[in-house]
Design a protein around this ligand. Structure first.
Ligand SMILES: [Zn+2]
Length: 299
């Protein structure tokens, strides 16, 4: 049995875990992400986590899921639109390769979630599917015939930066009206604040759905926008399934049927695409990054 470490680098936390070839997480460790913008500090933390996890299991490789446009051949971050300060341009594979000799595979974080769901999660029976992760932003992964679509310049599958409303809300990526400005936890917070002047967390706003008319309006709009977006995905990709994950999925009982109804009322001809909640939540980044390096080792 091979053991690898999967690392999930997020805006606030770095989560890592030892994963076996069956996808079981055997041990976990985490550290806060640096807020100073010092990339060496983040690399140090990743190194420390890997060393900590390697004390019990002799690991055979390291997979890393990172935000940003990722050149997965070279293991480099090309650009990033916020989230992890100072991380843009980091040669992750090269830098970590100076610190230890394990094989390393770097993937975009939403792609890692897609790998996880395609391996053991809600998309395991589908060859072609779209993964959407709804958290502070909206991440996307596109799998066609079991292969990730990365694009010609590693800028593909960035579903959160497709434009939903031309000339709409400004996005950290430099465009206006991006999907993630309307469909994400941050978007719900933004529009609730715009209506009420109150700064509540996405979680709090979702919990007020039945008691607060402003929360209801914001969440109903979110569900409708997601329905619109599903129509675009169907018409561009016609996948077998769309899997929706990320932290916002915890509140799905409030908006899921609304989203489905909007999709069906808006779409020209639904070919029977399966729209499914993800099976994995917080662990999808660790498991997906682990599978990315397992694929590399075993290829
Ligand atoms: Zn954008």
């Amino acid at each position: 049995m091979k053991y690898v470490v999967g690392v999930d680098l997020g805006g606030t936390k770095i989560n890592a875990g030892v994963v076996d070839e069956k996808g079981n997480i055997l041990k976990k460790a985490s550290a806060p992400t640096s807020k100073t913008g010092n990339r060496l500090e983040i690399l140090d933390k990743i190194e420390t986590l890997i060393k900590e996890l390697n004390t019990e299991y002799n690991i055979d490789g390291v997979g890393i899921g990172s935000p940003g446009f990722i050149d997965s051949d070279k293991g480099e971050v090309l650009t990033i639109s916020g989230n992890v300060i100072g991380w843009s341009g980091t040669k992750i594979k090269q830098e970590l390769g100076k610190r230890f000799n394990y094989p390393i595979q770097v993937e975009n974080d939403a792609n890692a979630a897609a790998i996880c769901e395609g391996w053991l999660g809600s998309a395991k029976d589908y060859n072609s599917f779209v993964m959407i992760t709804l958290g502070t932003g909206l991440g996307g992964g596109i799998v066609v015939n079991r292969d990730l679509i990365r694009g010609s310049h590693f800028q593909g599958s960035e579903l959160g930066h497709a434009i939903l409303y031309p000339n709409g809300v400004e996005c950290s990526c430099g465009q206006k009206g991006c999907v993630e400005r309307y469909i994400s936890g941050t978007a719900v917070e933004f529009f609730y604040h715009k209506k009420t002047g109150k700064n509540l967390s996405g979680e709090e706003i979702f919990s007020k759905y039945y008691d607060d008319v402003n929360a209801k309006e914001v969440i109903d709009k979110f569900a409708m926008d997601l329905g619109y977006f599903l129509v675009s995905l169907k018409n561009i990709l016609d996948p077998e399934a769309v899997v929706i994950g990320g932290g916002v999925i915890l509140s799905k009982d409030i908006w899921w049927s609304n989203m489905i109804n909007h999709y069906h009322s808006l779409v020209n001809d639904d070919p029977g695409i399966q729209i499914l909640p993800a099976k994995y939540l917080n662990d999808s980044g660790i498991v997906g990054a682990a599978k990315a390096i397992l694929n590399k080792i075993n290829s």
